[in-house]
Design a protein around this ligand. Sequence first.
Ligand SMILES: [Zn+2]
Ligand SMILES: [Zn+2]
Length: 386
Amino acid sequence: MSARDWIEKDFYKVLGVPKSSDAAAIKKAYRSLARKHHPDANSGNASSEAKFKEVSEAYDVLSDPAKRREYDEARSLYGSGGGGVRPGARNTGAPAGNFSFDINDLFGRGGGQAGGVGDLFGGLFNRGGRSAAVKGEDLESEITVSFAEAAEGVTIPLRLTVSETCATCHGNGAKPGTMPRVCPVCAGTGTTSRNLGGFGLAEPCAECHGSGQVVDQKCPTCAGAGRTSVQRTLQIRVPAGVADGQRIRLKGKGQPGVGGGLAGDLLVVVHVTPDRLFARNGDNLTLTVPITFAEAALGATVSVPILGGPPVSLKVPPGTPSGRTFRVRGKGARRKDGTLGDLLVTVEVAVPSTLSDEARMALEQFAAAVPGDPRAGLFSGVGDTA
Ligand SMILES: [Zn+2]
Ligand SMILES: [Zn+2]
C-alpha cells in the first residue's frame, strides 16, 4: 500500500461511520462488519474476503489514535482523494511499498486471540511514523570455548535477555481494552516550544516524553513501557579457527528498532581457553615434544599427541638438533574451506636434572669418546662479517 493509496482510501466510509465517531463507535462498526464478512462465515467468497480485508485495514488505522490522527492529517493535507502530492508537503509516514497477506494463514492458526489482523497491519504502520526510525541498540555478550572447539569450530547456545514488544498491549503501553490518548500538552506532536526572546526552542514534551500519547491505564504486563524483557537462547556458530578475543557479529540479533528502525546487532566476544599442550599459528597448531639426547643423536620414532584424535608416530632422524621443527601434515586447525592445517612439532632435548652413577659413568665415557670442541668456531675471527 502506498502513501497515496492511504490518502485515497476513505476508511470512515469503509466502516460506515462519520468522521467524528469516537473509538467505541468505530469498534462497534468494525465488529459488526468483520463478523459479517469473516472468511469463516463466507468461505470461498472472494468479494467478502476483499471486504473483510478492507474493513480490517480501515479499523487498524482508525482504532489507533496516533495512526488515525496521521491519517486525518494526511487526508486534509492532500484533499480527500484524487489529488497529486503537493510539493513540499511533509511525509505522512505512511508505509511505502505493497503489502499482501494470506488470509488462510491468518485464520489457520486455531482462531486464537494472539496475533491477528491488528498485529499484521500494526507492524506495517509502525514503520516510519511521526518520530524517526531508530536502529535498535547493539547487544554485547561473550562466550568461552575450549582450544579444541576453537580449532574445529562449534555451535554453542547463548542465553540472553532482550526486550521485545509487549505481547499484552502490542507496544502501546495501555491496558487491554483501553487506548492511549493524544497528549493534551503537545497535541500529539511530542514536542513543545519554549519562547526564548524572539525564537522558539522545541523540546521534547515533558508530559508524554516525546511520544505524543498519554496512557491513562497502564498495561499490567509491561507497566506502560510497551516492552518486556524476555530470555532468548541463540545458537552461536563459532567458526573454526576463531582466535581468542575475536568478535562474531550477528546482524539483527540485538535490540529491536524503534519506529520501524532496524534491529541492532549482537556482538559476541569469543574467549578461547588456552590448551596445556597446543598453541595456534595461523592454520597450524604447534606442539613442543621433549626427546632424549640419545633419541636425538641416534634417531627414534616417537609418539606425538594430536588435537582430537589418536596419537601419530613421528620419525626423528639420527643427528637431529634440539629445536628442530617437523611438520605433520593435516593435523592442524581447520581452515575456512574445511581442510586442515598442519601440526608443527618442535623437538627439544630434555636434560635430566639428576643422574644415576651408571648414567654418569656412561656419559663420561661418551664425552671422552666424542672428539672436538663444539665452540671452536666461536673464537676464531670474532667480529668478522657473516
Ligand atoms: Zn504491555
Ligand atoms: Zn506531549
